[in-house]
Design a protein around this ligand. Structure first.
Ligand code: ZN
Length: 259
């Protein structure tokens, strides 16, 4: 069974900004889709959902049939319906993988899953960025040729990044201006995994960079739910003969005496 991926994209900058159109003439969503398909081929089935689609392209049926979702948003986080954001977060708790990209740090589903403000510092100066691999051997870093990824021009995101401590820290970025940033982080939420990956400002061709494409594809496999796990929540069968209140008291008294 292929991993069913839904690429979710805000898709607004491409409609209003010539600079963004020039970099992503087919829309950023197409770059995400290509990156995943190029590396994973038949292992995935990728669909695209956009903010302006009915129900943001995230009907209950599509959500139910999504194993991994990628999320890029920026200027229109507020237009995502609360109810749908809640459903996305709930699907993660049930086992869906979620890959949150760049300015998705302020998206509703990510904030719901983190429970923090997700604030950070930022500067648009087209600085050089180096994403250092601080977790050698991590599956998300498979196939990278060096121990860092270098991007010639990116927007700077700096610490402090207001997130819960990640369960796994995969990349830490250095920027030309001197800041650092936790730029590749994994969390478990319920039965699902969340991967936040920092780079990807809309005016830079970051999502065409071979190593960035590889990391996104690796992350799809990494956060995808295992197919043969036990249900996340199942009923606990009752004991055969419930203890009578007197018997319960006896058990408790004995336990208290023992300690
Ligand atoms: Zn940006």
């Amino acid at each position: 069974m292929p991993i069913r991926v839904t690429v979710w994209h805000e898709h607004r900058h491409e409609k209003t900004s010539k600079a963004v159109q020039a970099v992503y003439p087919k829309g950023m969503q197409n770059a995400f889709k290509k990156a995943i398909e190029e590396h994973l081929g038949d292992e995935v089935k990728v669909r695209v959902a956009l903010l302006d689609d009915a129900e943001h392209g995230l009907s209950d049926k599509i959500l139910k049939n999504t194993d991994v979702m990628t999320w890029w948003g920026h200027g229109a986080h507020g237009e995502v319906k609360d109810e749908i954001a809640q459903k996305v977060a709930q699907r993660v708790r049930e086992g869906m993988g979620l890959i949150v990209l760049h300015s998705g740090h302020y998206s509703k589903p990510f904030k719901l899953l983190m429970g923090t403000n997700c604030h950070l510092k930022w500067r648009e100066a087209g600085e050089k960025e180096r994403l250092w691999n601080v977790s050698p051997g991590h599956p998300i870093t498979a196939g990278l040729s060096k121990d860092y990824i270098e991007l010639e021009h990116e927007e700077m995101y700096g610490e402090h990044f207001d997130i819960p401590d990640p369960d796994e820290l995969v990349f830490v970025s250095w920027f030309e201006g001197g800041e650092i940033f936790r730029s590749g982080c994994v969390w478990k939420r319920g039965a699902g995994k969340v991967f936040y990956f920092r780079p990807g400002h809309e005016t830079f061709p970051t999502y065409f960079h071979p190593d960035i494409k590889r990391v996104i594809a690796n992350a799809v496999k990494y956060v995808a739910p295992a197919t043969d796990t036990a249900p996340y929540r199942n009923g606990s069968p009752n004991i055969k003969e419930p203890l009578s209140p007197i018997a319960t008291k006896h058990v408790v008294d004995e336990a208290l005496h023992r300690h």
